[in-house]
Write a protein that binds this ligand. Structure first.
Ligand code: GLY
Length: 568
């Protein structure tokens, strides 16, 4: 029967579909992530009878071993879950400001943001959330023991794995950059000897930490020897995290933010991420527009996308922060009525200058430069299982290798997530993103994020699971993949591979990745009043979709970085 269907489908669809046939296809389950070993860890759990949540926990811990730039024990993240029985959850294990943190902690005596303080060293570190998040996921939505799901990660740390090219490269620059961080260079840079691609990389200290977590759960990380060592290493580098901060950390379950785009249900991450609200708000603004007659990445197409992005990012700067500390007008921001209102000043022929979209009354706005550091920090993976459960996870240390502080004797890096707070209202952070009171530093508060783990469904069934790293470009990367699929009918891999553009309201410039824009289109856009800035490729959208022909799952790793997938 299956073969019969296959023959018909070959005759009907001919070579076009063959040209875009999926590379990763599984009847039962698929995992797409930055590291092949981590994908394999997830599939091992699925094959052993685990569900997508069990597999996601295994992948997350495996990434802490194989992708230390972003996979972590010392960071945080978000897990979006849609179970086949209809349950939906947004797990928030974002880092938290320590008890001694305060609004002006990164300002110098003259009231300016002190360079580097929120980025490297102990003060940059938020109380880590990942271990608590994994425990919450397993307790509420998983089906396997901690013993089982941590096994692949412990094996990878103990026995080692072959260093992939991109990791060897990253270790090389870490060796130069982390010159004042001896433990980091000892663990990851072989004390300056450096790992070459293909070398075996064993992490004895990390294996010890993972075993403690395996045995004791949260108590093995937030209390006892690991917590004490974390405190010591953070303090030695100027940090203020206390044992009380560690003991008080809690992962939270929140209600996912939901919207509808052209008949598809969109589920995404609510605050403290800005991602879900901004994504749904942009999709709402786009829904009122037609893209039917517009060539993909023609000037009119880019104009529409850009105007939508500018408005959503302007709102982000003012209205988004930790909902436990600031009243986020979520219902308004994700409503269709608000999207309509927001686009009232849209000019179909000309760019609307960002300053007139939201005029910030702060003199610091004048100091905003073009750019903002961007690197491959953060990582996203997607998992689906044979029952139709779907999990979308974005996790991070913030910048690549976080604060550069490694917990001595325990082999894991600490985040530099404190930089995601707004150190001073109106002054951009390292990503060029502006924040205000909503995202000011307060003890116990979670810093605003752009991470956008998302799931799209039709008639209650999951059809797409996706997310991306990339700081502020996360949200626009996710948006463009959904848009490419829904409005331009691309296959999943085409939608993921397609070149991308990004506008974040301030600076008022379209950032364009390689091959995203022709010279003629650039000239037309400049005529309309846009400034353009070429930049390197961004985003790493690791996505899975439901296959329309055979009913299984298709995985699409983002090949512009170095992603992978496994299926069964
Ligand atoms: N640290 C990147 C983000 O949370 O958006």
């Amino acid at each position: 029967m299956k073969l019969y269907k296959l023959n018909i489908f070959i005759v009907i669809l001919s070579s076009q579909l063959i040209a875009s046939q999926p590379i990763i296809y599984g009847d039962k389950g698929v995992v797409v992530a930055h590291s092949q070993a981590a994908c394999d860890a997830g599939i091992e759990i699925l094959k052993d009878g685990g569900n997508a949540v069990d597999a996601a926990v295994a992948v997350s811990y495996a990434l802490a071993v194989t992708h230390p730039q972003a996979g972590n024990l010392g960071g945080g993240g978000f897990m979006l879950i849609q179970m086949a029985d209809g349950r939906k959850a947004a797990l928030d294990y974002r880092e938290m400001a320590p008890g001694q943190a305060h609004r002006d902690m990164f300002l110098d005596d003259s009231g300016y943001v002190a360079e580097g303080k929120s980025i490297r060293g102990g003060l940059a570190v938020g109380v880590p959330g990942t271990v608590a998040g994994m425990q919450l996921a397993l307790d509420k939505y998983g089906s396997m023991s901690r013993k089982k799901v941590l096994k692949p990660a412990i094996h990878l740390a103990q026995k080692g794995f072959e260093v992939p090219y991109d990791l060897a490269y990253s270790f090389g620059w870490l060796n130069q950059a982390a010159i004042d961080f001896d433990e980091t260079r000892r663990i990851f840079c072989c004390n300056g000897e450096l790992y070459m691609p293909g070398d075996l990389f064993k992490q004895k200290d990390l294996a010890k930490t993972l075993k403690l977590i395996q045995k004791k759960g949260n108590k093995g990380f937030y209390e006892g020897a690991v917590a004490e060592a974390l405190l010591k290493s953070s303090t030695a580098h100027g940090g203020t995290i206390s044992l009380e901060d560690m003991a008080n950390y809690k992962a939270l379950e929140r209600v996912p933010v939901a919207g509808i785009y052209r008949g598809f249900d969109i589920l995404s991450m609510p605050p403290p991420s800005s991602g879900g609200i901004a994504l749904i708000s942009m999709l709402n603004m786009m829904e009122a527009m037609s893209f039917d007659s517009l060539g993909w990445h023609s000037a009119q197409h880019i104009h529409r996308l850009t105007e939508v992005e500018k408005r959503a990012y302007a709102d982000r700067s003012v209205w988004l922060g930790d909902p436990d500390f600031f009243e986020v007008p979520q219902n308004t921001l994700v409503s269709k009525a608000y999207a309509q209102l927001r686009m009232l000043d849209y000019d179909s022929l000309n760019a609307t200058p960002s300053d007139s979209i939201y005029p910030l009354n702060d003199r610091d706005l004048q100091n905003i430069g073009v750019g903002g550091y961007e690197s491959e920090e953060t990582t996203h993976f997607s998992v689906v299982d044979q029952w139709g459960n779907a999990v979308s996870v974005t996790t991070t240390l913030n910048w690549s290798f976080g604060s550069y502080v490694t917990v001595e004797g325990y082999g894991f890096l600490l985040n530099n997530e404190m930089d995601d707070f707004s150190s001073k209202p109106g002054v951009p952070n390292s990503f060029g993103l502006i924040g205000n009171a909503a995202n000011a530093i307060e003890p116990g508060k979670r810093m605003l994020s752009s991470m956008t783990p998302s799931i799209m469904s039709k008639d209650g069934k999951v059809v797409l699971v996706l997310g991306s790293p990339g700081g502020p470009t996360i949200i626009t990367s996710v948006l463009q993949v959904i848009h490419n699929l829904v409005d331009y009918g691309m296959s999943l891999q085409e939608a993921v591979n397609a070149p991308r553009l990004h506008h974040q309201w301030q600076p008022d410039v379209i950032q364009y990745g390689p091959r995203s824009i022709t010279e003629e289109t650039a000239a037309e856009l400049m005529q309309m009043g846009y400034q353009l800035q070429a930049r390197s490729a961004f985003g790493e959208v690791n996505a899975i979709s439901r296959d329309q022909i055979f009913g299984g799952w298709v995985g699409a790793p983002d090949y512009r970085i170095a992603s992978h997938g496994s299926a069964y």
